[in-house]
Design a protein around this ligand. Sequence first.
Ligand code: TXA
Ligand code: MG
Length: 307
Amino acid sequence: MNHTVQQAVAALQSGSLVILPTETVYGLGADAANPEAIARIYTAKGRPRFNPLIAHVTGRDMAMRIAEPPPLAVRLMDAFWPGPLSLVVPIGDRDAVCDLARAGLDTVALRAPAHPIALAVLAEFGRPVCAPSANRSGRPSPTLLSDALEETGVSAKVALDGGPCAVGLESSVVAVLGDKAYLLRPGGLERSAIEAVTGPLATGHGEAHRSPGRLALHYAPKAPVRLNVNTPRPGEAWLTFGVKVDALQAFNLSPQGDLNEAAAHLFAFLRAADRLNPKAIAVAPIPAEGLGEAINDRLRRAAGYVG
Ligand code: TXA
Ligand code: MG
């Protein structure tokens, strides 16, 4: 299934769901202003209703029409959009991103995706499109159209092929409240880049600003996941990093030890390893710096460690 931008826009206008490529992961998109369409996303994903969605925009101008971002948020938009950064800011026009999409919050998560196909759809549609990752709830995010179709293809009227996602991890989610910025979810834009604009990101933020959608068992393949494994057990698949191995069921996230490359491969390799029906998926240690923060976050969740 591969459709045109015009078909995607028509589907959005009629309240149907659309599988869209972005630079981070494939999204399952719907008209942000249409609560019935948004309800279809939750049903398709089997997602808890309290989890608010990211509204995708063409850029700063569309963001300013619907939200009331503080100046610090505008500086982040100017620095990193289009790109893998979602900004949680006060909502302005509550109908532009409906209550169901915001899970009733007074804030909205906004992002301009750096993918020409996604941007073409948004420009042609002219309004925000909510799109969570196109996986079923709790499963690894799809970074290939074929994976997205396997997860939620039955629910989408239209699907656009944008090739493999270049970043491969979901966006970093930063809440900006006044002149303070909080990292709610590490992701495709590394902390140091964000902090170059915001200064040290606040942690220990109040419950109110926790990213409500961050379930413990998230991004999980069917097989159990074991972390920091240097020697896998018989029957296990192995995700390695850096060192070259010739094991049968090994997937090297990056032979060069490059964290960007590892991020781009992470979800596709978790899925590929899972398809072998291994006893478990063992994962080699991944350094914590740069994109390693987000990679290790996803891996801990895949293993069920993070609450
Ligand atoms: O890269 C991405 O961000 C992908 C692509 C498709 O753009 N989308 C994505 O969306 O990962 P989703 O729905 O799977 O993740 C949205 C995250 C959740 O952790 C959610 O809790 C948080 O953003 N979020 C959304 N609105 C929020 C709000 N108003 N306040 C706090 N967190 C919010
Ligand atoms: Mg997701």
